[in-house]
Design a protein around this ligand. Structure first.
Ligand SMILES: Cc1cc2nc3c(=O)[nH]c(=O)nc-3n(C[C@H](O)[C@H](O)[C@H](O)COP(=O)(O)O)c2cc1C
Length: 334
């Protein structure tokens, strides 16, 4: 029997496979089914800043910067009235979910500005959440907004939310930061116990017939694992945080790679949405089989074993690999 246990944000987990936020957690029944399939923890779908303070001055400030007009920008945001899941329903769903399952339940807040809405961090804690994940998603389009200002805003938000709660805080980030190691370090100093890498940005498409910009949600595939894999491998052992890998975890091998790079947990959404809740079972069985075959006794033993600090060729994670990769492309068959 291999030992799949791991820790994340101070929580003891029976294995490293965690369900990341998705519409599945809108229903308590689905979370119960994921628990039965073996998932070790669930991050609830997000409660969005826009849902809480649609007209707050803070949000207004962020929306008007870099957009042509405030009114126009608002049309791209969900009509709060149409949201079936209001902030109160969110808190209630979280409370019921926590009562219904034995695995840890992590709340999720999604926003960018510091303001009254962050009171919900405390409400999420009061509803029984074991931890809180903060999803920071802001697309800077303003020529006058510098990367330093943007990072300062994020750090302040993390610090403000950290001051509101006693439960551990994880921060979910996108990959587009110029100096990720330094920024990660600052987030940890501001109170983040965990870093969740990376958020997937949904790129809008152009509808050529209607001449409209259309939202386009495409589920991930295993190829997308490589970006968070590389960065967790680089940050592991340097930044004193727990790491969750999200984006591209579809198979047992993907989850094992995540752990070997240095992740405490591998998070999955697309695989479960594509293949159903049974995908959880398959990934976990596959992990056990792989570890047995390769004579690994525990997840702890594997963790970080292929991080940048542990591999024989650390430069493979850096620029040094760049020329090698390009020159390895074989043009013979063209
Ligand atoms: C339909 C759908 C809804 C999602 N909702 C949220 C959300 O509310 N909050 C959040 O932080 N991430 C959300 N995500 C992102 C996932 O949690 C996950 O980080 C992302 O899909 C990458 O992981 P994957 O490759 O396993 O899908 C959502 C993803 C999908 C596909």
């Amino acid at each position: 029997m291999v030992d799949l246990t791991t820790t994340y944000l101070g929580l003891n987990l029976k294995n490293p496979l965690v369900a990341s936020p998705s519409p599945l957690s809108e229903k308590v029944e689905n979370v119960k089914r994921m628990e039965e399939a073996g998932i070790s923890a669930v991050v609830m779908y997000s409660l969005f800043e826009e849902q809480i303070t649609h007209e707050s001055l803070e949000l207004d400030y962020y929306l008007t910067r870099g957009t042509e007009s405030f009114a126009e920008a608002l049309t791209y945001f969900p009509d709060v009235g149409k949201y079936s899941l209001t902030p109160d329903v969110y808190i209630e769903t979280l409370r019921k979910t926590k009562q219904a399952v034995n695995i840890p339940v992590i709340g999720s807040l999604n926003g960018v500005s510091t303001g009254g809405w962050i009171e919900y961090a405390r409400k999420i804690q009061e509803a029984g959440a074991d931890a809180l994940e903060l999803n920071l998603y802001f697309l800077p389009t303003d020529l006058n907004l510098t990367s330093s200002q943007l990072e300062d805003n994020y750090v302040k938000l993390v610090s403000d939310i950290h001051a509101k709660v006693n439960i551990p805080l994880a921060v979910k980030l996108g990959p587009y930061f110029t100096a990720l190691p330094n920024f990660s370090q600052r987030l940890v100093e501001a109170g983040a116990k965990g870093l969740v890498l990376f958020n997937r940005f949904y790129q809008p498409d152009l509808d050529l017939e209607a001449l409209e910009v259309v939202p386009n949600l495409v589920l991930s595939n295993s190829e997308e694992l490589r970006l968070p894999l590389r960065w967790i491998a680089i940050l592991y052992g340097k930044v004193n945080a727990d790491f969750a890998l999200t984006s591209g975890v579809h198979t047992a091998e993907d989850a094992i790679k995540a752990v070997m790079a240095g992740a405490n947990v591998a998070m999955s959404t697309s695989a479960i949405l594509k293949h159903g809740i049974n995908a959880i079972h398959q990934i976990l069985n596959g992990m056990e089989a792989w570890m047995t075959e390769h004579e690994y006794e525990s997840v702890r033993q594997m963790r970080g074993s292929m991080s940048q600090g542990a591999v024989a060729e650390p430069a493979a994670f850096e620029r040094a690999n760049y020329m090698k990769v390009l020159s390895s492309f074989n043009t013979q068959s063209i």
